[in-house]
Write a protein that binds this ligand. Structure first.
Ligand SMILES: Cc1cc2nc3c(=O)[nH]c(=O)nc-3n(C[C@H](O)[C@H](O)[C@H](O)COP(=O)(O)O)c2cc1C
Length: 325
Protein backbone atom coordinates (compact mmCIF):
# COMPACT_ATOMS: atom_id res chain seq x y z
CA UNK A 1 0.00 0.00 0.00
CA UNK A 2 1.44 3.37 -1.01
CA UNK A 3 0.12 6.62 0.42
CA UNK A 4 1.58 10.08 0.95
CA UNK A 5 2.38 8.92 4.49
CA UNK A 6 4.36 5.84 3.50
CA UNK A 7 6.29 8.02 1.03
CA UNK A 8 6.95 10.73 3.59
CA UNK A 9 8.18 8.39 6.32
CA UNK A 10 9.77 5.67 4.20
CA UNK A 11 7.61 2.88 5.65
CA UNK A 12 5.76 -0.03 4.02
CA UNK A 13 2.43 0.12 5.89
CA UNK A 14 0.55 3.35 6.68
CA UNK A 15 0.33 2.51 10.37
CA UNK A 16 1.91 4.57 13.17
CA UNK A 17 2.20 3.44 16.77
CA UNK A 18 1.33 6.59 18.71
CA UNK A 19 3.53 7.73 21.58
CA UNK A 20 2.48 6.03 24.81
CA UNK A 21 3.73 6.89 28.27
CA UNK A 22 5.39 3.85 29.92
CA UNK A 23 4.50 1.66 26.89
CA UNK A 24 6.46 3.28 24.05
CA UNK A 25 9.78 1.54 24.70
CA UNK A 26 12.23 -0.14 22.34
CA UNK A 27 10.51 -3.57 22.49
CA UNK A 28 7.26 -2.25 21.03
CA UNK A 29 8.64 0.49 18.77
CA UNK A 30 11.15 -1.86 17.09
CA UNK A 31 8.47 -4.55 16.62
CA UNK A 32 6.17 -2.07 14.87
CA UNK A 33 8.96 -0.79 12.64
CA UNK A 34 10.14 -4.32 11.83
CA UNK A 35 6.57 -5.18 10.79
CA UNK A 36 6.53 -2.28 8.31
CA UNK A 37 4.80 0.44 10.36
CA UNK A 38 6.34 3.34 12.26
CA UNK A 39 7.26 2.51 15.86
CA UNK A 40 7.58 5.40 18.26
CA UNK A 41 9.54 5.71 21.52
CA UNK A 42 8.03 8.01 24.12
CA UNK A 43 10.65 10.53 25.23
CA UNK A 44 9.24 11.28 28.68
CA UNK A 45 9.03 7.59 29.61
CA UNK A 46 12.79 7.88 30.02
CA UNK A 47 13.72 9.59 33.29
CA UNK A 48 16.46 11.75 31.74
CA UNK A 49 17.53 12.89 28.26
CA UNK A 50 20.59 10.61 28.57
CA UNK A 51 18.32 7.64 29.25
CA UNK A 52 16.45 8.58 26.08
CA UNK A 53 19.73 8.54 24.13
CA UNK A 54 20.37 5.01 25.42
CA UNK A 55 16.82 3.90 24.59
CA UNK A 56 17.21 5.22 21.03
CA UNK A 57 20.43 3.21 20.70
CA UNK A 58 18.67 0.13 22.10
CA UNK A 59 15.85 0.54 19.57
CA UNK A 60 18.38 0.98 16.78
CA UNK A 61 20.01 -2.31 17.79
CA UNK A 62 16.60 -4.00 17.43
CA UNK A 63 15.54 -2.63 14.03
CA UNK A 64 17.18 -1.25 10.92
CA UNK A 65 13.88 0.33 9.83
CA UNK A 66 12.81 3.94 10.52
CA UNK A 67 11.35 4.67 13.94
CA UNK A 68 10.38 7.90 15.66
CA UNK A 69 10.23 9.55 19.08
CA UNK A 70 7.16 11.18 20.67
CA UNK A 71 7.62 14.46 22.52
CA UNK A 72 4.52 15.38 24.49
CA UNK A 73 4.48 18.97 25.67
CA UNK A 74 2.07 19.55 28.52
CA UNK A 75 1.75 22.68 30.64
CA UNK A 76 3.20 21.88 34.04
CA UNK A 77 4.33 23.67 37.20
CA UNK A 78 7.71 21.92 36.98
CA UNK A 79 8.10 21.04 33.29
CA UNK A 80 10.60 18.37 32.25
CA UNK A 81 13.69 19.71 30.45
CA UNK A 82 12.02 19.66 27.03
CA UNK A 83 14.89 21.36 25.21
CA UNK A 84 17.33 18.72 26.49
CA UNK A 85 15.06 15.87 25.42
CA UNK A 86 14.79 17.56 22.01
CA UNK A 87 18.58 17.80 21.82
CA UNK A 88 18.88 14.09 22.67
CA UNK A 89 16.50 13.23 19.81
CA UNK A 90 18.29 15.42 17.28
CA UNK A 91 21.82 14.42 18.30
CA UNK A 92 20.87 10.72 18.24
CA UNK A 93 20.06 11.07 14.56
CA UNK A 94 16.34 10.24 14.83
CA UNK A 95 14.65 11.50 11.66
CA UNK A 96 10.95 11.36 12.63
CA UNK A 97 9.24 12.94 15.63
CA UNK A 98 5.64 12.87 16.81
CA UNK A 99 4.89 16.05 18.74
CA UNK A 100 1.77 16.39 20.84
CA UNK A 101 0.40 19.01 23.15
CA UNK A 102 0.87 22.59 24.00
CA UNK A 103 2.58 25.25 21.81
CA UNK A 104 5.02 23.07 19.84
CA UNK A 105 6.50 25.98 17.80
CA UNK A 106 10.03 26.16 19.28
CA UNK A 107 10.33 22.36 19.05
CA UNK A 108 9.03 22.23 15.49
CA UNK A 109 11.46 24.98 14.40
CA UNK A 110 14.45 23.17 15.90
CA UNK A 111 13.46 19.74 14.55
CA UNK A 112 12.82 21.14 11.07
CA UNK A 113 16.11 23.02 10.98
CA UNK A 114 17.86 19.69 11.67
CA UNK A 115 16.02 17.81 8.93
CA UNK A 116 13.71 15.91 11.30
CA UNK A 117 10.23 15.17 9.94
CA UNK A 118 7.48 16.21 12.33
CA UNK A 119 4.08 14.54 12.64
CA UNK A 120 2.05 16.73 14.97
CA UNK A 121 -0.81 15.11 16.85
CA UNK A 122 -3.79 17.23 17.80
CA UNK A 123 -7.54 17.04 18.31
CA UNK A 124 -8.99 20.03 16.44
CA UNK A 125 -8.86 21.25 12.85
CA UNK A 126 -7.90 24.78 13.97
CA UNK A 127 -4.90 23.40 15.85
CA UNK A 128 -3.97 21.26 12.85
CA UNK A 129 -4.03 24.34 10.61
CA UNK A 130 -1.83 26.24 13.06
CA UNK A 131 0.66 23.35 13.08
CA UNK A 132 0.63 23.24 9.28
CA UNK A 133 1.53 26.95 9.26
CA UNK A 134 4.39 26.15 11.67
CA UNK A 135 5.78 23.82 9.02
CA UNK A 136 5.04 20.32 10.32
CA UNK A 137 5.07 17.55 7.70
CA UNK A 138 1.87 15.69 8.64
CA UNK A 139 -0.98 15.86 11.12
CA UNK A 140 -2.22 12.97 13.19
CA UNK A 141 -5.72 13.96 14.23
CA UNK A 142 -7.24 12.28 17.29
CA UNK A 143 -11.01 11.81 17.33
CA UNK A 144 -13.11 11.79 20.49
CA UNK A 145 -12.87 7.97 20.59
CA UNK A 146 -9.18 8.05 21.38
CA UNK A 147 -7.27 7.05 24.48
CA UNK A 148 -5.48 9.94 26.13
CA UNK A 149 -6.48 13.56 25.63
CA UNK A 150 -9.34 13.95 23.12
CA UNK A 151 -9.58 17.72 23.69
CA UNK A 152 -12.76 19.53 24.66
CA UNK A 153 -14.69 19.68 21.35
CA UNK A 154 -16.01 16.09 21.45
CA UNK A 155 -15.83 15.59 17.66
CA UNK A 156 -15.70 11.93 16.63
CA UNK A 157 -13.35 10.72 13.93
CA UNK A 158 -16.10 10.26 11.36
CA UNK A 159 -16.41 14.05 11.16
CA UNK A 160 -12.99 15.19 12.35
CA UNK A 161 -10.94 13.22 9.81
CA UNK A 162 -12.66 14.43 6.62
CA UNK A 163 -12.97 17.93 8.11
CA UNK A 164 -9.19 17.96 8.60
CA UNK A 165 -8.51 16.38 5.20
CA UNK A 166 -10.65 19.07 3.53
CA UNK A 167 -8.65 21.92 5.03
CA UNK A 168 -5.06 20.67 5.23
CA UNK A 169 -2.57 20.41 2.40
CA UNK A 170 -0.17 18.12 4.29
CA UNK A 171 -1.02 14.43 4.85
CA UNK A 172 -3.58 13.60 7.53
CA UNK A 173 -3.21 10.52 9.71
CA UNK A 174 -6.42 9.30 11.36
CA UNK A 175 -6.07 8.51 15.04
CA UNK A 176 -8.41 7.28 17.74
CA UNK A 177 -10.57 4.19 17.52
CA UNK A 178 -8.51 2.24 14.99
CA UNK A 179 -7.73 -1.42 15.52
CA UNK A 180 -8.41 -3.44 12.40
CA UNK A 181 -8.44 -3.41 8.60
CA UNK A 182 -11.96 -2.04 8.45
CA UNK A 183 -10.72 1.02 10.32
CA UNK A 184 -7.74 1.47 8.00
CA UNK A 185 -9.95 1.20 4.89
CA UNK A 186 -12.43 3.65 6.43
CA UNK A 187 -9.67 6.12 7.33
CA UNK A 188 -8.37 6.07 3.76
CA UNK A 189 -11.92 6.56 2.47
CA UNK A 190 -12.34 9.56 4.75
CA UNK A 191 -9.30 11.24 3.23
CA UNK A 192 -6.53 10.15 5.60
CA UNK A 193 -3.22 8.71 4.39
CA UNK A 194 -2.88 6.23 7.25
CA UNK A 195 -3.75 5.52 10.87
CA UNK A 196 -2.21 5.99 14.29
CA UNK A 197 -3.07 3.34 16.90
CA UNK A 198 -2.44 3.35 20.63
CA UNK A 199 -4.72 1.04 22.59
CA UNK A 200 -4.58 -1.74 19.96
CA UNK A 201 -0.78 -1.89 20.25
CA UNK A 202 -1.02 -2.21 24.06
CA UNK A 203 -2.71 -5.59 23.56
CA UNK A 204 0.17 -7.21 21.69
CA UNK A 205 2.82 -9.70 22.75
CA UNK A 206 5.61 -7.13 22.50
CA UNK A 207 3.94 -4.33 24.50
CA UNK A 208 6.14 -4.07 27.60
CA UNK A 209 3.29 -4.09 30.12
CA UNK A 210 1.82 -6.69 32.50
CA UNK A 211 -0.45 -9.33 30.98
CA UNK A 212 -3.31 -8.31 33.32
CA UNK A 213 -3.40 -4.89 31.62
CA UNK A 214 -3.57 -6.56 28.19
CA UNK A 215 -6.34 -8.90 29.38
CA UNK A 216 -8.30 -5.92 30.72
CA UNK A 217 -8.25 -4.32 27.27
CA UNK A 218 -9.44 -7.58 25.70
CA UNK A 219 -12.19 -8.02 28.31
CA UNK A 220 -13.51 -4.44 28.10
CA UNK A 221 -16.03 -3.54 25.44
CA UNK A 222 -16.53 -0.18 23.72
CA UNK A 223 -18.22 1.17 26.86
CA UNK A 224 -15.18 0.37 28.99
CA UNK A 225 -13.75 3.88 29.27
CA UNK A 226 -14.18 6.86 31.56
CA UNK A 227 -13.70 10.52 30.68
CA UNK A 228 -11.91 12.20 33.55
CA UNK A 229 -10.93 15.84 34.21
CA UNK A 230 -13.85 17.13 32.12
CA UNK A 231 -14.57 20.07 34.38
CA UNK A 232 -10.85 20.89 34.61
CA UNK A 233 -10.84 21.33 30.80
CA UNK A 234 -8.13 18.72 30.50
CA UNK A 235 -10.29 15.75 29.49
CA UNK A 236 -8.61 12.36 29.37
CA UNK A 237 -10.08 9.04 28.23
CA UNK A 238 -8.90 6.11 30.33
CA UNK A 239 -10.04 2.53 30.86
CA UNK A 240 -12.88 2.04 33.29
CA UNK A 241 -11.54 0.63 36.56
CA UNK A 242 -12.07 1.28 40.27
CA UNK A 243 -9.66 4.24 40.22
CA UNK A 244 -11.13 6.06 37.21
CA UNK A 245 -14.66 5.43 38.57
CA UNK A 246 -13.57 7.08 41.83
CA UNK A 247 -12.00 10.06 40.02
CA UNK A 248 -15.22 10.65 38.07
CA UNK A 249 -17.28 10.38 41.25
CA UNK A 250 -15.11 12.81 43.22
CA UNK A 251 -15.00 15.39 40.42
CA UNK A 252 -18.80 15.30 40.09
CA UNK A 253 -19.10 17.20 43.34
CA UNK A 254 -19.55 20.88 42.56
CA UNK A 255 -16.57 22.26 44.51
CA UNK A 256 -14.11 19.46 43.72
CA UNK A 257 -10.62 20.43 42.55
CA UNK A 258 -7.67 18.62 41.02
CA UNK A 259 -6.07 18.34 44.47
CA UNK A 260 -8.94 16.09 45.56
CA UNK A 261 -7.95 13.43 42.99
CA UNK A 262 -4.21 14.08 42.65
CA UNK A 263 -3.32 11.06 44.82
CA UNK A 264 -5.33 8.77 42.50
CA UNK A 265 -4.07 9.99 39.14
CA UNK A 266 -0.32 10.26 39.68
CA UNK A 267 1.74 8.95 36.78
CA UNK A 268 3.72 6.63 39.08
CA UNK A 269 0.49 4.87 40.05
CA UNK A 270 -0.34 4.24 36.39
CA UNK A 271 3.15 2.93 35.89
CA UNK A 272 2.71 0.63 38.90
CA UNK A 273 -0.48 -0.77 37.33
CA UNK A 274 1.28 -1.48 34.04
CA UNK A 275 4.29 -3.07 35.76
CA UNK A 276 2.67 -5.11 38.54
CA UNK A 277 -0.67 -5.93 36.93
CA UNK A 278 -2.55 -4.57 39.98
CA UNK A 279 -5.55 -3.18 38.09
CA UNK A 280 -6.64 -1.06 41.06
CA UNK A 281 -3.28 0.68 41.46
CA UNK A 282 -3.92 3.67 39.21
CA UNK A 283 -5.15 4.80 35.81
CA UNK A 284 -4.66 2.91 32.57
CA UNK A 285 -5.15 4.87 29.39
CA UNK A 286 -7.31 3.12 26.80
CA UNK A 287 -9.89 4.07 24.18
CA UNK A 288 -13.29 2.94 22.94
CA UNK A 289 -11.53 0.67 20.43
CA UNK A 290 -11.27 -1.82 23.29
CA UNK A 291 -14.64 -3.03 21.95
CA UNK A 292 -12.87 -4.25 18.80
CA UNK A 293 -9.90 -5.90 20.53
CA UNK A 294 -10.35 -9.61 21.17
CA UNK A 295 -6.83 -11.06 21.24
CA UNK A 296 -3.16 -10.44 22.03
CA UNK A 297 -1.25 -11.16 18.80
CA UNK A 298 2.35 -10.35 17.98
CA UNK A 299 2.77 -6.96 16.33
CA UNK A 300 3.75 -8.64 13.04
CA UNK A 301 0.57 -10.76 13.00
CA UNK A 302 -1.53 -7.70 13.87
CA UNK A 303 -0.09 -5.44 11.19
CA UNK A 304 -0.23 -8.18 8.56
CA UNK A 305 -3.85 -8.89 9.47
CA UNK A 306 -4.82 -5.21 9.25
CA UNK A 307 -3.11 -4.80 5.88
CA UNK A 308 -4.70 -7.95 4.41
CA UNK A 309 -8.15 -7.05 5.71
CA UNK A 310 -7.96 -3.47 4.44
CA UNK A 311 -6.70 -4.66 1.05
CA UNK A 312 -9.50 -7.23 0.79
CA UNK A 313 -12.14 -4.63 1.69
CA UNK A 314 -10.85 -2.10 -0.84
CA UNK A 315 -10.16 -4.56 -3.67
CA UNK A 316 -13.09 -6.92 -3.27
CA UNK A 317 -15.90 -5.85 -1.00
CA UNK A 318 -16.09 -2.17 -1.96
CA UNK A 319 -15.06 -2.70 -5.57
CA UNK A 320 -17.82 -5.30 -5.99
CA UNK A 321 -20.39 -2.88 -4.64
CA UNK A 322 -19.43 -0.31 -7.25
CA UNK A 323 -19.24 -2.86 -10.07
CA UNK A 324 -22.54 -4.52 -9.35
CA UNK A 325 -24.41 -1.90 -7.38
C1 LIG B 1 -1.34 3.75 27.38
C2 LIG B 1 -1.37 4.99 26.52
C3 LIG B 1 -0.50 6.03 26.80
C4 LIG B 1 -0.50 7.17 25.98
N1 LIG B 1 0.42 8.17 26.23
C5 LIG B 1 0.53 9.20 25.35
C6 LIG B 1 1.58 10.16 25.49
O1 LIG B 1 2.39 10.12 26.42
N2 LIG B 1 1.66 11.14 24.55
C7 LIG B 1 0.79 11.22 23.50
O2 LIG B 1 0.93 12.12 22.67
N3 LIG B 1 -0.22 10.34 23.35
C8 LIG B 1 -0.35 9.33 24.24
N4 LIG B 1 -1.34 8.39 24.06
C9 LIG B 1 -2.26 8.53 22.91
C10 LIG B 1 -1.80 7.71 21.69
O3 LIG B 1 -0.58 8.14 21.19
C11 LIG B 1 -2.84 7.79 20.54
O4 LIG B 1 -3.00 9.13 20.14
C12 LIG B 1 -4.18 7.23 20.96
O5 LIG B 1 -4.00 6.07 21.74
C13 LIG B 1 -5.03 6.90 19.74
O6 LIG B 1 -6.25 6.37 20.14
P1 LIG B 1 -6.55 4.78 20.26
O7 LIG B 1 -6.03 4.39 21.60
O8 LIG B 1 -8.02 4.68 20.13
O9 LIG B 1 -5.80 4.10 19.14
C14 LIG B 1 -1.41 7.27 24.90
C15 LIG B 1 -2.29 6.22 24.65
C16 LIG B 1 -2.29 5.08 25.45
C17 LIG B 1 -3.24 3.96 25.13
Amino acid sequence: MRTRLTELLGIDCPIIQGGMMWVGRAELASAVSNAGGLGILTALTQPTPDDLRREIERCRSMTSKPFGVNLTILPSVTPPPYAEYRRAIIESGVKIVETAGYKPQEHVDDFKSHGVKVVHKCTAVRHALAAERMGVDAISIDGFECAGHPGEDDIAGLILIPAAADKLKIPVVASGGFGDGRGLAAALALGAEGITMGTRFCATVEAPIHDNAKQLIVANDERGTNLIFRKLHNTARVAKNSVSDKVVEILLSSNAKFDDVAHLVRGVKGRELLETGDLDAGLIWAGQVQGLIHDIPTVAVLINRIMCEAGEIIRSRLAAMVAYG
